[in-house]
Design a protein around this ligand. Structure first.
Ligand code: NAP
Length: 246
C-alpha cells in the first residue's frame, strides 16, 4: 500500500510513534525515525525496520527547536530523496491544576506539542508542495476536544494542533497535500502508564468499547490516512478512542 513512499515519524522511539513507524514500514514505506533521547531501543527499532527490506534513517533532534527541525527535514529529503508522509507524533504531558501550574510547564508543553508540530510542517511544506503530493498527519488528542482538569497546557496544545491542521489543510490542499489530525483517547503507552489502576479502571468504565486503546489502533488509522485510499480526506480530526468522545 505504501511501497516506495518516504515517511518521517517524530518521537518514533517508543509508544504510538514506534507502532506507526513499524506499521508504515510493514506497508512498504522507508522510514526516517526522529528521536530526541538516544538509547539502544532506537537502534533496535531501526534494525527491525531494516529487516522489512525498506530504508531507515535516524534523525536526532528536538522538535521544539525550529532550526533543528529544518536540519532534520533537509537531511531526510537529501538522503531519502523526497518526503511523502510526515507524522507529527512527538508529545509530552506536564499535568497539574491551573492554580499550581508553573509557567515553564505551560510553555514546555506548548513548545513541544504545538510549536514542534508547526516547526515540522513549516519545513516540510515547501518539499511537499513542489512534489504536488504529500500527507501530513498530526497527533492531537480527545483532550484537545473536550478539555480535562489538570491538563490545561496539554488540552491547549492539542486544541491548537486542530486549528493548525485545518488552516494548513485549507492553504495547501490545492497543491495535492492533505493535512489531518488524529485524536486518540487513552492509549496504553508510557504516557498513560503513570495513571493509577483505580484511575485506569474508571476511564475504562467510561469507554463504550470497555478497553484502553493499543498504539497499533492509532497506527492503523495513520496507515489509512497515508495511503492513496485517503486522497479525498483533508482538514479532518478523527478520534481513535473506543467511543469515549462522540
Ligand atoms: P510517549 O510514550 O510518552 O512517547 C512520546 C515520544 O515523543 C517519545 O518517543 C519522546 O522521546 C518523544 N518526544 C518528546 N519530546 C520530544 C521532542 N522535544 N522532540 C522529539 N521527540 C520528542 O507518548 P505516546 O503515548 O506514544 O504519545 C504519542 C503522541 O500521541 C503524543 O503526541 C501524545 O500527546 C499523543 N496522544 C497520546 C495518548 C495516549 O493515551 N497515550 C492519547 C492522546 C494523544 P523521548 O524518549 O526522547 O522522550
Amino acid at each position: 500500500m505504501l511501497k516506495g513512499k518516504i515517511a518521517m515519524v517524530t518521537g518514533a522511539g517508543r509508544g504510538i510513534g514506534k507502532a506507526i513507524a513499524l506499521k508504515l514500514a510493514d506497508l512498504g514505506a522507508s522510514i526516517a525515525l526522529n528521536y530526541r533521547t538516544h538509547n539502544e531501543d532506537i537502534d533496535k527499532l531501526a534494525k527491525e525496520i531494516e529487516d522489512k527490506n525498506v530504508k531507515v534513517l535516524l534523525v536526532q533532534g528536538d522538535v521544539s527547536d525550529f532550526n533543528q527541525c529544518s536540519d532534520m527535514i533537509k537531511k531526510v529529503n537529501n538522503e531519502l530523496g523526497r518526503i511523502d508522509i510526515l507524522v507529527n507524533n512527538a508529545g509530552i504531558t506536564k499535568d497539574g491544576l491551573l492554580m499550581r501550574m508553573k509557567e515553564e510547564d505551560f510553555d514546555k508543553v506548548i513548545d513541544i506539542n504545538l510549536k514542534g508540530t508547526f516547526n515540522c510542517i513549516k519545513h516540510v511544506t515547501p518539499i511537499m508542495m513542489k512534489q504536488r503530493e504529500g500527507r501530513i498527519i498530526n497527533l492531537s488528542s480527545v483532550i484537545g476536544l473536550v478539555g480535562n482538569a489538570g491538563q490545561a497546557n496539554y488540552a491547549a496544545s492539542k486544541a491548537g494542533i486542530i486549528g493548525l491542521t485545518k488552516s494548513v489543510a485549507k492553504e495547501i490542499g490545492s497543491r495535492g497535500v492533505t493535512v489531518n489530525a488524529i485524536a486518540p483517547g487513552f492509549i496504553k503507552t508510557d504516557m498513560t502508564e503513570v495513571l493509577s489502576d483505580k484511575v485506569k479502571a474508571s476511564i475504562q468504565d467510561n469507554i463504550p468499547l470497555r478497553r484502553l486503546g493499543e498504539a497499533e489502533d492509532v497506527a492503523e488509522l495513520v496507515a489509512f490516512l497515508s495511503s492513496d485510499k485517503a486522497g479525498y480526506i483533508t482538514g479532518q480530526v478523527i478520534n481513535v478512542d473506543g467511543g469515549m468522545v462522540m
